[in-house]
Structure formats: structure tokens, C-alpha cells
Design a protein around this ligand. Structure first.
Ligand code: DGP
Length: 136
């Protein structure tokens, strides 16, 4: 696994060096609006710690942080009003997963009906595959 890059964008947001539209913060996690929303609601939740990916986070994070982080994800989804109609949580992992920012993060996406065809999700609305992506 490559070393964690302390200058990745989310590390800089965590340190307060870059702005974000904050939704929630506690001892374990920071949540903020995605800069390129893929749905009416698109919030990112990141753990407070230096973890590249889901695998890194699960292998290295102390149990208290693992629990605290996932509770924060659930709390954010609830507090922004997505609980009743439902939402999607996604964590992109590595090149095939489409991970761009190398600080582990969970996407909370909601506010519209989504398809079941998760494997074909497109980035920035670009069609991917024969029938196009999630945006179509
Ligand atoms: P991923 O492919 O899972 O690594 O997605 C990274 C997401 O981060 C992508 O949806 C766009 C978002 N993003 C990238 N740079 C910034 C930023 O500077 N601020 C915010 N709020 N979101 C960002």
C-alpha cells in the first residue's frame, strides 16, 4: 500500500487549510458537501486520521474510531433528512473503484431515485458503458 499523502485535498480540509461546506463534525469524523454533487444531496464523510482507503481504515484504525466514524455516517444521513426516503452510501477504493482522493471517505447520496445498476455509475455525468451511467 502506498504511503498516505498528507497533502491530499481532504487532509488539507481536515486541517482547515482548505474550505468546505461543513455538515457535521465530531471527534471521529468530518462531513461536508461534495464539490461535484451527483444527486440533489451528496455529502462526503471522512474519518479523522490518516487512512487511504476502506482497507487501510479497517486494518489500521482503532475500534473506537471505526465505530465512531460509521455512527457519524448514519447520523449525518439521518440529520440531513434522508432516512425516510432512503439513500446510498459508497466508498470508492483504488483505480477500478474510481477513487480520486486518497483519504478514505464515504459518499452519502440521496434526494432522487437511483437505479440498481451501481457498477455502471459514471463520473460527472459521462456515460460509461453501453447504456450510460447513473445520471441518465
Ligand atoms: P472519489 O472518486 O470517491 O475519490 O471521490 C472524490 C470526491 O471528492 C468527488 O466526488 C469530488 C470530491 N471533491 C474533490 N475535491 C474536492 C474539494 O476540494 N472539496 C469538496 N467538497 N469535494 C471535493
Amino acid at each position: 500500500m502506498p504511503a498516505y499523502d498528507r497533502n491530499n485535498i481532504f487532509a488539507r480540509i481536515l486541517r482547515g487549510e482548505l474550505p468546505c461546506k461543513k455538515v457535521y463534525e465530531d471527534a471521529f469524523a468530518l462531513a461536508f458537501h461534495d464539490i461535484h454533487p451527483q444527486a440533489p444531496v451528496h455529502v462526503l464523510v471522512i474519518p479523522k486520521g490518516e487512512y487511504i482507503s476502506q482497507a487501510d481504515f479497517c486494518a489500521q484504525a482503532p475500534a473506537e474510531l471505526l465505530v465512531g466514524f460509521w455512527r457519524a455516517v448514519a447520523k449525518v444521513a439521518h440529520d440531513i433528512g434522508l432516512e425516510a426516503e432512503g439513500y446510498r452510501i459508497t466508498a470508492n477504493h483504488g483505480p477500478n473503484g474510481g477513487q480520486l482522493v486518497m483519504h478514505f471517505h464515504v459518499h452519502i447520496i440521496g434526494g432522487r431515485q437511483m437505479s440498481h445498476r451501481m457498477g455502471n455509475m459514471a463520473r460527472n455525468g459521462e456515460p460509461r458503458g453501453e447504456r450510460g451511467g447513473e445520471q441518465q
